[in-house]
Design a protein around this ligand. Structure first.
Ligand code: SF4
Length: 675
């Protein structure tokens, strides 16, 4: 047999693409295809920060692409809501049905009775905020405030620095002190881990601030494990230490900042001892961190998203981001802060949005249950879900569930696999994965911009978002239908020419400042006066206790335990949750377990006034006393009773940015069956 026809080489190709999923790293990928099927997904070498390796989640992404839960064709509901019985229909029939219903609703209740609902399930620049935005804006539907994650940190970063680009992974090796605050890169953003290792080998001191004893926390020189929601007092105590000991960078503050005196006044309320007591940590350790921070350069604070998920989250993020200004840590490679670098390219969806945003009702996505059940002016009559699985990701799950169960609510879900939310749909639309469509992946850890290429034909009848939304818009007389490639070219044509042409020609654009800007050398605050605003009026007016004002713990005698829900190594938010085989476990410290007569692997009920979750218990010293932990992104099948952690989360909002207070869930835990 000629070599070219040998089975192992016949029809084999390797395609370079990129991962657009909601993860900071934005890996380059190398995907091997045989006879039209993906046989291997590996790291590519185009993005230097991701260094040829990828996470296990995407390495096994074919389990989603070809898995039994994949949606293969459009379908409409046959049985009762929640029953999960659907009948196959054609794309034309499905889209006609949706368009007809949209018109009916607009004519009877007004277009604001339609609520589009999306988040980062398909996080590229084409699969959201392109033709979907044109459709919903053009039709005049309600608008969605996408505040599930990163809203408080984003608000703080915007107000203090105008979202100045931060220190990127490759510069960590230059830092002599690294503070990982509310972030666990081993689970989300794994490519930072080898850079941390190199930095430590080069002599950097590592401080981890996390209520859990993660692998990185165990390796750290200092681990602070505060009560959830107390990052704000900790950061203010470090500020106070800097100001009161004469360690603040007075010249930098005078030349490059506004509002230092107001920040100093708020920080003065938090001596080390008081902050440590509120946070439940050793004051001498906090004092050491403050001294280390004052006396080390380059010093780098990696501000994560774990610290924002509570009532004080926005002020905490602002106080943490303010540290390098007060400590004088800018101006050297490896010094300053890292946050999201998503704005480093200066590329915004507004560049390709031809339809202006109308002044229609703005619905905070964290209030979905409330919106479905309580909004009356007009009531929500259609929910259009895409890139999102709200039944398991949004606070107050039981309220969301009651909303989705409404018989008079018409729900459309565009999805890759049959999620928990799909079960409540009236019309299901099969969506492509990033391995079947074009997209543009923008990293928010490394500064990278890459072309995502389809590596296989769409599975079943799945279609890419831009085509589905433009087809629907055409049915409604709003725009002409547009092929996905035309949308791609239109978007690329609106971004700076050098960037766009490199993206199309090479698949990767050259990042500004070599992808590694030095703060206050290469990049400066994008505030109106290019200064750091340490006490922005807009934030001060927004925060219920004023900016940097601490709101006490919401725990009660009945529900004293803080429930946190960090990212896991198995899912990206809830994406890939269908593949979890085992039940999610509740982690609890041995002292808390003993106080309740609970043992390792006991079935337990975790409960508060909003709901209860039944799952097995893991007794472990990996979590601090008084705090329990259940992973983010569990699907309903991953607990004994079909409720997940979000059933215990109030839909209250963070002090800044309208974010979700996932870590303000306060619960009690008992043996299942004991009431
Ligand atoms: S999820 Fe993150 S680590 Fe995994 S392949 Fe995508 S970008 Fe890389």
């Amino acid at each position: 047999m000629p070599r070219s026809l040998e089975p192992e080489s016949w029809g084999r190709s390797i395609v370079q693409t990129a991962c657009p999923l909601d993860c900071p790293d934005s890996c380059s990928l190398q995907v091997t295809i045989e006879q039209g099927r993906i046989v291997k997904i590996d790291g590519g070498d185009a993005n230097p920060s991701t260094r040829d390796f990828i996470c296990a989640k995407v390495r096994t992404f074919t389990d989603r692409v070809y898995g039994e839960d994949r949606l293969l064709y459009p379908a409409v509901r046959k049985g009762a809501k929640g029953q999960g019985v659907f009948t196959r229909v054609s794309w034309d029939e499905a889209l006609d049905r949706i368009a007809e219903r949209m018109v009916e609703i607009r004519d009877r209740w007004g277009a604001e009775a339609i609520l589009p609902y999306s988040y980062g399930g398909s996080n590229g620049l084409l699969t959201q905020d392109t033709n979907d935005a044109a459709l919903f804006r053009g039709f005049g539907t309600s608008r969605l405030a996408r505040t599930l994650c990163a809203a408080p940190t984003g608000a703080a970063n915007q107000a203090l620095y105008g979202k100045m680009a931060g220190v990127t992974y490759q510069d960590y090796v230059h830092a002599r002190l690294i503070v990982l605050w509310g972030v666990n890169p081993a689970a989300s953003g794994i490519h930072l881990v080898p850079f941390l290792k190199e930095a430590r080998q080069a002599g950097a001191t590592l401080v981890v601030i996390d209520p859990r004893s993660t692998t990185l926390a165990r390796q750290a020189d200092i681990h602070l494990a505060p009560r959830t929601g107390t990052d704000l007092p900790l950061a203010l105590a470090i500020h106070n230490h800097l100001f009161e000991r004469g360690l603040a960078a007075t010249r930098f503050l005078a030349e490059h900042t506004n509002g230092a005196d107001q920040l100093r006044a708020r920080a003065a309320e938090w001596p080390i001892a008081r902050a440590a007591e509120v946070a439940g940590i050793d004051p001498s350790l906090l004092g050491r961190v403050a001294e280390l921070y004052a006396n080390t350069s380059p010093a780098l604070v990696r501000c994560g998203w774990g610290l924002e998920r509570n009532r004080n989250g926005g002020s905490a993020a602002a106080a943490i981001l303010a540290l390098p200004a007060v400590g004088g840590k800018f101006g050297v490679r490896g010094g300053g802060f890292s946050m999201s670098n998503s704005t480093a390219w200066g590329i915004k969806a507004a560049m390709w949005a031809d339809t202006p945003e109308p002044p229609t009702r703005l619905v905070n996505m964290n209030h979905l249950g409330r919106a479905l059940l309580e909004y009356t002016d007009p009531p929500v009559q259609m929910l259009f879900v895409y890139n999102c699985n709200p039944l398991v990701t949004v606070p107050d799950q039981n309220r969301v569930l009651r909303g989705l169960e409404r018989n008079d609510l018409f729900t459309v879900v565009s999805e890759q696999v049959f999620t928990d939310t799909c079960r409540y749909a009236d019309v299901l639309l099969p969506a492509t994965t990033f391995l079947e469509n074009y997209d543009i992946a923008k990293g928010y850890g490394p500064i990278s911009l890459q072309l995502v290429r389809p590596v296989i034909e769409p599975v079943g009848e799945a279609r890419p978002n831009p085509e589905v939304f433009s087809d629907l818009a055409a049915r409604l007389g709003l725009t002409e239908p547009e092929q996905e490639t035309d949308t791609l070219l239109r978007v690329v044509g609106r971004i700076p020419e050098r960037v766009g042409s490199e993206l199309l020609e090479k698949g990767l654009a050259t990042p500004p400042h070599g992808g590694a800007p030095v703060q206050f050398v290469d990049v400066f605050p994008l505030t109106p006066d290019q200064k750091v605003d340490l006490f922005p009026d807009a934030l001060a007016a927004q925060a219920p206790a004023g900016l940097y004002g601490y709101q006490p713990d919401p725990g009660t005698d009945r529900h004293p335990l803080a429930l946190i829900s960090p990212a896991s190594e198995k899912t990206i938010s809830s994406t890939l949750g269908e593949l979890r085989q085992r039940a999610g476990t509740l982690q609890m410290h041995p002292a808390d377990a003993a106080a309740r007569g609970l043992s390792h692997e006991d079935p337990v009920r975790v409960f508060n006034d909003l709901g209860e979750v039944h799952c097995p218990l893991a007794v472990t010293r990996d979590i601090r006393p008084g705090t329990v932990c259940l992973s983010k992104g569990l699907w309903r099948k991953s607990t004994y009773n079909g409720s997940t952690g979000t059933a215990l989360v109030p839909d209250s909002l963070t002090d800044l940015g309208g974010g979700a207070c996932f870590n303000d869930a306060r619960v009690e835990v008992a043996l299942l069956g004991r009431h």
